[in-house]
Design a protein. Structure first.
Length: 88
């Protein structure tokens, strides 16, 4: 069973889950700046394991974007991304 929490991932989890999902590497320095500036974040848990992430970023007025959506490969094609998008 998957549990979604409205939280921004840690720098470590952000980098690891992105890489495992096939997204590009982001430096720790960049992540340390970017993550606290997120408008909203979601972390998906399977038990105690963090298996997916997503963030909303934007200008605070007109434009908002879902970004950094990533799910560990062993949890892909199980509806995790759809669940993330339903609450993001």
């Amino acid at each position: 069973m998957y549990q979604l929490k409205g939280e921004i991932p840690s720098v470590k989890d952000y980098i690891e889950i992105r890489l495992a999902a096939g997204l590009s590497r982001k430096s720790e320095e960049a992540a340390e700046i970017a993550l606290p500036n997120s408008i909203y974040g979601v972390t998906v848990y399977h038990g105690n394991e963090k298996v997916g992430i997503a963030r909303i970023i934007g200008d605070g007025g007109c434009f908002f974007e879902v970004t950094d959506m990533a799910v560990l490969p062993e949890h892909q094609s199980k509806g995790v991304g759809r669940i993330i998008m339903s609450i993001s």
